[in-house]
Design a protein around this ligand. Structure first.
Ligand code: ADP
Ligand code: ZN
Ligand code: ZN
Length: 645
């Protein structure tokens, strides 16, 4: 019996479906305690050996139990006893026509794209990791499409991972139009049956292209050819709870196991990937120009200390908006805060509306009117007087998307104003409707959160306004500046993607800030190099390796007590292994200590050696797992955490 086959096994008084991960002719466990397999469900392995190996490696590396790791990523349908079979569907494969169909597509790749395509396709059938580092609008997608086409001519499959937010019907349409082959789409909105089908189509080789979010990386391919990670810097590739894996990092490992190329694409590559490129681990391919006739937008800082503003909109930004609309352009206003205002306070006594379950303020919403905590989703009616002093002078502070939208509607009554944030797009199909309206090209104003910053191609946008760049500049997190820079460049990248030149206005009360200056005058890569030097000095990733042990409990003292124990276990294991040089910080309260009525603390481990950290974490987690104290808190380990929050 091969590993990767499903079996039915007795488990207590029940019978469950399991996956064989290895076989052995002897065991340390007493023979009387071993139980026979009751049924073998698959004739051949359901999970190919390479993928099983990746899975086991990941469960070990991210310190997550194998069973749970498998459970969280396998389609639920496979747990049923029935044989895994694809439900029949229309078979629309025109595989043999691919090569000729491909020729019919203009745009004709430019020189840089052609070079990229040739380099990547030249590596087909062997492992190479390419960092496709191309400015926004440089035609990275076109490069992906041509590489996929090449894989298809070799009768090979491609997995393409995209950030959660950019898996829109538009994206899928672009692929369907281009390739008349079976394309499996994997995202969180699928029914269990659809998910199982997509998975099986990929496993059988029936689907030639698999497009999906993070977890699609664990889809088997019968004839693996290529893996693509689009917007590789995007945070959504790291799972933030349960099995905390990085789909980006694992995609490189998987490509190596399967001896195929992998493309990590971005206009703002993560510092990790840039570092790997300079170390020669990744092959760096740059697209420095926009495709076609589009030019890069120009940047301008607006000092908000020197300008009156209306709902956060400076007069410079309002004037620029009027100018661009008059010229027939579309305007995009980026503001990373949904709702009407982040604060409701009393002008008489200074009271402000706070969440009763979190160390956080309630956000004021107007449509419909309510207060909402964005950390635990608690809702309350808006009070009409101050609960502390009974005064009637309640007012809001700060600006959210709703307020910005309202102000723009009254400033530009003849122009459609569209809002794009989580609230406005809660209804299914709404995001697509709004994107469609924008893409008809008529002048309009789009107000939105980071939802608009990612991946969307909005050729009509000529002006981008960033309402407030200050948040990212002073973030407490070590990746704060990197994230800020990526966000600004990505939002700015929505401007001027067609033949009209684009303009970007960034509002800030710190226009002299060094990072901001470097970013707009010297560009993302110069700033990235500086940030890397800073990380090097303090030994932070990618120069050092981190793991965070987090604990939370309703009882205020419990998390700290627990992590103090964890710290002791770590120190004694370190001694036992003869390691030194692993730094332990904490236990420390999380930046927002209380959230959803739980107190939270964390313990940070930092090492210059990934292997040492790994060798230490494995026994530490095993010991923690076995301790009774571990039942009294919620605890987790995050290896290569994205943030320390
Ligand atoms: P990116 O993913 O790098 O932001 P896209 O692949 O979305 O860029 O391309 C941006 C736009 O440029 C798209 O409308 C695309 O069709 C167009 N485009 C891509 N390559 C070319 C080319 N060689 N000539 C003309 N237009 C192109
Ligand atoms: Zn008051
Ligand atoms: Zn709350």
């Amino acid at each position: 019996m091969q590993p990767g086959v499903r079996v039915r096994v007795p488990f207590g008084s029940r019978e469950l479906t399991g996956i064989v991960i290895s076989t052995s002719t002897s065991s340390d466990i007493d023979a009387a305690q071993l139980r026979p397999i009751s049924e073998i469900l698959d004739q051949s392995e359901l999970i190919p050996p390479h993928l099983l190996e990746l899975w086991l490696w990941a469960s070990n590396y991210y310190q997550h139990p194998v069973g749970e790791a498998l459970h969280s990523l396998l389609p639920a349908g496979l747990r049923k006893k029935s044989a895994a079979q694809i439900k029949s569907h229309h078979s629309d494969q025109k595989q043999t026509e691919m090569a000729s169909a491909e020729e019919a597509f203009v745009p004709q790749p430019n020189h840089q794209q052609t070079a990229a395509i040739q380099t990547i396709n030249g590596s087909a059938g062997q492992f190479t990791c390419f960092l496709l580092d191309g400015v926004t609008g440089s035609g990275k997608t076109e490069v992906y499409l041509q590489c996929i086409a090449h894989a298809l001519t070799q009768n090979k499959q491609t997995i393409m991972l995209v950030p959660e937010i950019s898996l829109t019907p538009q994206t899928i349409e672009r692929f369907r139009e281009r390739f008349p082959v079976r394309i499996a789409i994997l995202h969180s909105g699928l029914t269990p049956r659809q998910r199982l089908n997509a998975w099986l189509e990929a496993a059988s080789g029936e689907a030639h292209i698999i497009i999906g979010t993070r977890s699609a990386l664990f889809t088997p391919m019968a004839r693996p050819g290529l893996i693509i990670v689009d917007e590789e810097h995007d945070a959504s590739f790291k799972q933030q709870d349960g099995f905390r894996y990085s789909a980006r990092d694992l995609s490189v490992l998987r490509a190596r196991h399967e001896s195929i190329p992998v493309i990590l694409g971005s206009a703002t590559p993560s510092l990790e990937s840039l570092y790997n490129a300079t170390q020669g681990r990744y092959q760096h391919i740059r697209l420095t120009q926009r495709a076609g006739d589009a030019r890069m937008p120009s940047f301008q800082l607006v000092d908000t200390r020197k300008q009156p503003s209306e709902a956060g909109l400076s007069s410079d930004l309002l004037q620029a908006t009027a100018k661009h609309l008059k010229q027939g352009g579309q305007v995009l206003i980026f503001i990373n805060r949904r709702g009407f205002a982040p604060v409701l306070h009393c002008e008489d006594c200074g009271w402000s509306a706070e969440c009763s379950s979190c160390d956080a303020r309630m956000t004021v919403h107007r449509t419909p009117p309510h207060l909402c905590c964005h950390h635990c989703e608690t809702r309350q009616p808006i009070p009409d007087h101050c609960p502390d002093c009974q005064g009637k002078s309640l007012s809001t502070g700060g600006t959210g998307t709703e307020q910005c939208e309202t102000a723009l509607i009254s400033a530009f009554p003849d122009t459609p104003v569209l809002r794009l944030d989580r609230d406005a797009t809660r209804r299914k199909g709404e995001l697509e409707r709004i994107l469609k309206e924008i893409n008809n090209g008529d002048p309009c104003i789009l107000v939105g959160t980071q939802m608009i910053a990612k991946g969307h191609h909005l050729p009509g946008v000529t002006l981008v306004g960033v309402l407030d760049a200050d948040n990212g500049l002073f973030s407490a997190d070590f990746r704060g500046q990197e994230f800020m820079a990526q966000m600004l460049i990505q939002v700015a990248g929505r401007a001027g993607r067609a033949n009209q030149p684009g303009e970007v206005l960034i509002q800030t009360s710190n226009p002299e800030h060094q990072s901001l200056q470097t970013l707009i005058h010297d560009g993302y890569h110069v700033l990235a190099t500086q940030l890397l030097q800073e990380r090097d000095i303090v030994g932070m990733p990618p120069y050092g390796y981190l793991a965070i042990i987090r604990a939370e409990a309703v009882n205020m003292a419990a998390p700290q007590r627990y992590l103090t124990l964890a710290r002791q276990i770590i120190i004694s294991q370190e001694k036992a292994l003869g390691f030194n040089g692993i730094e332990i910080h904490g236990p420390l309260p999380a930046p927002m200590e209380r959230r959803a009525n739980r107190f939270r603390q964390h313990l940070i481990l930092k090492s210059q050696s990934r292997a040492a950290l790994q060798a230490l974490l494995t026994p530490v987690c095993q010991i923690l797992e076995s301790r009774n104290e571990s039942r009294r808190v919620r605890w987790s380990v995050d290896v290569d955490p994205l943030d320390m929050l």
